[in-house]
Design a protein around this ligand. Structure first.
Ligand code: SAJ
Length: 425
């Protein structure tokens, strides 16, 4: 018969944490735990990432992360490996993308679970940090159960079990990850109340915000709802921008005026919604509640359509010129980062390149070289801000990077300007 292990203090005293996935969330989480004195092993399937981290460097751009990782590696508290090893806590922080049909792809979580299942011992804690559709934490539990029939699984009303499992979704904003990891409130959802307490004890080692306990399914939905709420509100702003253009009204002025109302706060329209979170997570709700998630679906469709609206606007302006030169400012999904995942700016530039509407001068100060889809095209060139602005007929502002704020307004006045972010209004 299984020996039951007492939890509670156990998690706090845990010495060794294995973090699976060393990306935008896993690496900062590993470094922060290491900085609090835990022994952390970071596991990633990509040999180059493992090598980079073990040499004390980082593979992602995020303020202060390089210094924290360097100190953790030099101090012997953080080490990267390709395979997990025995630990007291396993944190899963792998991606949860969606497939072509907008259904969530849980294969990374499944692989990570299969890697840790053979290593689990009584008293361990498993935390799912990856943003996940409702029911995923329970699914992880089932996957472990199938591989480890010798372990007693946690259940909602079962007091005693051999290991704990909880969902503790990340909520950090790219660009402010280290500050938000520490300062933000956290939601911890356990398979059972004791699972939640175990995970909360662990996160208290560095979280200054409040930690709110709930069950795993509610924690999963709360995280998804945060991003769906933003998506719906950005969708409203994007729809408004399209309506304003049709009615020939300045959308920025309209929003500024409407926001003077004490209970109105319209977000900013833009070229569309990018990033690996807001543009993705609402689908996890829609896929589980197809007939009922009507507003969320509509917002996704409006936001996904916005790049095409911008493309058509630029195409129409270019069609009025002979051999037009178009400066495209920005490729990333938002300002002052190097991340191009789901980027509407990149999508627009790729559409313009494909349609061959003119010569494209692409300005992106945060990346080393143009992405694959824009390389080796005779009508697409990388340019500096100054040279692109001088040479172009049309300026398309796609990302509000700080470098773009103070451009020469006299020069802009001589160009056709498509300012998708309202940076120069
Ligand atoms: N955007 C607009 N108009 C706005 C605000 C944003 O068009 O008024 C666009 C941005 O340009 C960008 C996209 O939306 O393309 C998303 O940008 P963001 O800065 O709002 O959010 P993310 O994706 O970088 O990070 C979000 C955050 N979630 C929320 O603000 C609810 C962050 O707190 C989450 O941790 C993160 O998603 C995540 O991992 O889920």
């Amino acid at each position: 018969m299984a020996q039951f292990v007492e939890f509670g203090e156990k998690a706090v005293k845990a010495k060794k944490i294995a973090v699976l996935g060393l990306g935008y969330v896993g690496l900062p989480v590993s470094a922060v735990f290491a900085s609090r004195g835990f022994e952390v092993i970071g596991v990633d399937v990509e040999p180059l990432i493992v090598e980079t981290i073990n040499s004390g460097q980082v593979h992602i751009v995020e303020p202060d992360l390089d210094m924290l990782v360097q100190a953790a590696v030099a101090g012997g508290k953080l080490r990267a490996t390709l395979e997990p090893e025995l630990a007291d806590v396993f944190i899963i922080a792998v991606p949860t993308p969606f497939k072509d049909d907008n259904e969530p792809d849980l294969s990374y979580i499944e692989t990570a679970t299969a890697m840790i299942a053979p290593l689990l011992k009584r008293g361990d804690l498993v935390v799912l940090e990856s943003t996940s559709p409702v029911g995923t934490t329970e699914q992880v539990c089932e996957w472990i159960g199938a591989k480890r029939p010798d372990l007693i699984l946690p259940e909602p009303n079962r007091e005693k079990c051999d290991f704990h499992i909880a969902h503790c979704p990340e909520r950090v904003l790219p660009g402010s990850v280290l500050r938000e990891l520490v300062d933000n409130d956290r939601i911890v959802g356990g398979i059972s109340p004791r699972c939640a307490t175990s995970a909360a004890d662990l996160y208290r080692s560095f979280v200054k915000g409040e930690i709110h306990l709930t069950n795993a399914r509610t924690a999963e939905l709360a995280k998804l709802v945060e991003n769906a709420f933003r998506d719906v509100n950005i969708g409203f702003a994007n729809e408004l921008s399209i309506i304003c253009e049709q009615l020939n009204i300045n959308v920025w002025e309209t929003i500024e005026l409407a926001n003077r109302h004490p209970r109105v706060n319209i977000l900013k329209p833009g070229p569309g919604v990018g990033g690996h979170c807001i543009a993705v997570d609402p689908w996890f709700i829609i896929s589980r509640a197809k007939d009922n998630a009507k507003i969320m679906r509509a917002a996704r469709e409006v936001n996904d359509h916005k790049p095409t609206v911008v493309f058509q606007r630029v195409k129409a302006a270019a069609a009025r010129l002979r051999e037009p030169v178009i400066a495209c400012l920005g490729l990333t999904y938002k300002a002052d980062i190097d991340d191009m995942r789901e980027s509407p700016a990149l999508e627009i530039v790729e559409m313009l390149a494909q349609a061959e509407v003119g010569k494209l001068l692409v300005v992106e100060p945060n990346i080393q070289r143009l992405p694959q889809g824009l390389l080796n095209l005779s009508h697409v060139e990388r340019a500096t801000l100054g040279s692109a602005l001088k040479a172009c007929d049309i300026v398309v502002l796609l990302v509000d990077h700080r470098q773009f704020k103070s451009v020469d307004r006299d020069l802009l006045n001589l160009r056709i300007v498509v300012d998708t972010r309202g940076l120069w209004r």
